[in-house]
Design a protein around this ligand. Sequence first.
Ligand code: BTN
Length: 320
Amino acid sequence: MKNEVLRFLREQEEYLSGEEISRRLGISRTAVWKQINTLKKEGYEIASQTRIGYRLISVPDRLYPEEIQKQLRTNLVGRNMIYRERVDSTNILARQTGETGFVDGTVILAEEQTAGKGRLGRVWHSPMGTGINMSLLLRPAIPVSDAAKITLLTGAAVARGLEEITGLKIGIKWPNDLQIQGKKVSGILTEIKADMDQIHYLIVGIGINVNEQDFPEELRETATSLHMEVGRQVSRIETAAVVLNHWEEIYQRFLTQGFTVVREEWKQYAVTLGKEVHVRTINETIHGQALDIDEDGLLLVQDEDHQIHRIMAGDVTLRT
Ligand code: BTN
């Protein structure tokens, strides 16, 4: 009902009377008034004039599913959305949802995460209302060994989306750190539940720093936000929708044409390839030149003894 009232207000440039809304929806004037109040509490700015009616002035930049969905061109992803004001982690909520009969392509969004998860056990800084914290919950019919490719595909999609929104050059540090001029603006955390031959569900967690104007001391040197880079407030609704639209387009291409096209796209953003790097993996640190990513999305690094290492997971730093 609330969304119906909102839809009427959107369609109307001028004031729309409470009577008109109540007639069209077949509800009482009091019920209309209640819905208007709910919308106002959610941050919608609605002007009301006695005996004239209501007019929508502005929409809050909150990650409300109906606002994002209006800008989606997707068939799968984001058709079903779960929204929370505050959550421990959207990836954790996605996992809980994955254990139930979920809709493929469900997107989970939160304004704030109290225990946002980063890669390698790190914390993802996610204060109230400034960034995009979202998790895609999927049931892809792909081999378990292909899951890592989804991370790379997501990096390319987010990079494309952020370039479209800001007009700035986005770089990707393997596997999934999105950067603007060397500072991290977005990260991706992919998790799966699978057995040997089947993925039960796959979660793609995407964090984007959008309107942060400062970061805690320990991140200040290394993190940035879209706002800090373009010098103005950036719409989180639009950013989320643009990223999801690109994501589905690349995902479909991956499913129909395979990883080669995605790999080429990913490489256009790569900032690590051709560079001298240190790569810290679980059991060793490799020094060498990052040559390429292979057909499985693994990083190829050639060390000083000309030995080539295929790296599945690790932390890359550029050698200075
Ligand atoms: C990284 O670069 O370390 C990955 C960061 C991933 C953060 C996102 S925010 C939405 C989703 N929920 C989480 O708890 N983490 C991911």
